[in-house]
Design a protein around this ligand. Sequence first.
Ligand code: PLP
Length: 426
Amino acid sequence: MSDRLPGFSTLAVHAGAQPDPTTGARATPIYQTTSFVFNDADHAASLFGLQAFGNIYTRIGNPTNAVLEERVAALEGGTAALAVASGHAAQVVVLQQLMQPGDEFIAARKLYGGSINQFTHAFKSFGWNVVWADPDDIASFERAVTPRTKAIFIESIANPSGSITDIEAISTVARKAGVPLIVDNTLASPYLIRPIDHGADIVVHSLTKFLGGHGNSLGGIIVDAGTFDWSTGGKYPMLSEPRPEYHGIRLQETFGNFAFAIACRVLGLRDLGPALSPFNAFMILTGIETLPLRMQKHCDNAKAVAEFLAGHPAVASVSYAGLASDKYNQLARKYAPKGAGAVFTFGLKGGYDAGVSLVSKLQLFSHLANVGDTRSLVIHPASTTHSQLDDAAKVKSGAGPDVVRLSIGIEDKEDLIADLEQALSA
Ligand SMILES: *Cc1c(COP(=O)(O)O)cnc(C)c1O
């Protein structure tokens, strides 16, 4: 082998995987087992004491999931990763390592609707307080920082509007505040944007979307950039203080630049329990092998559809950062030069009723609450995913009453445009 570093497409196919040492199987086997036999009593004790790496029980780790973890860590440029049952599980596990009751984290207001719910309601019951900031106004993040701030959370490409977030500017705020920047990279995938290259300390994904890519398996992942010093100021005791359940070891001291991924596994996943099924890990790994091919087609199709909509008389506005006229086009050129993603919104001149009517007339687009499928998808956020928000909050999060969200698939773009044409003229 030469000593050149493998490119992104090579990593998408190979990172983390070896032919199976006992059978020679070339595809990664599904290790459909709950538990693993210890070599002897000493081996068992060292695994439980975190003195050796190895398999114990699938809630804590599994060899199929380990390949997925290594692959996504390689694609994102992180030191280590932890796969979990869903994107939402990833968010809970990350914040559990950082937050004590009464602490705060700052989140961009433009987020996946489910994350807005999780942060506002579920996290409140843990005593974790979210403070909202506007991703288009970097100073609003600065103003939100208090001594209880423990993290900043943003999306690289924001759901539902497809707007691009200035990751570097917000990472500067995080650095100054001495807190980690967490980036939800679900809508971009590492093919379009690698947040760690722009200052992110932790990356989370819903693997359910573009990484898995086929609309068939839920999953989530946490990637540790290995960049954050958890020992400063006693702010992150889960990482810096002795852990009573592991003979008093300190995770940062023991595991260095992958201590956060270890904390998520041995304190988060072990105790909260949202383990990813090895079967889903296999499905998602298979999806990732074609990520570069799919993502480029998703983006090329999305740009063609956005251009068509921008010229249609029934359409009031199109919010797609890949259009030269878009407010986020400069940021898209900087952060996502290969394409501005495949999830975006447009507004209809007919308002709320026109939005509801359009989704019922489309035939090739599926009307459902998901994104990042091979198939093209449509939803009217104001009457579904964002219906729980009041009107002002809907508009602020990019889901006003006239707004329709598309997730463009990998079909022929001419067929997608024809379907939109018939539904808009009906
Ligand atoms: C879907 C989604 C999530 C939640 O992921 P699940 O796998 O559904 O739990 C989080 N963030 C974004 C941007 C998403 O699209």
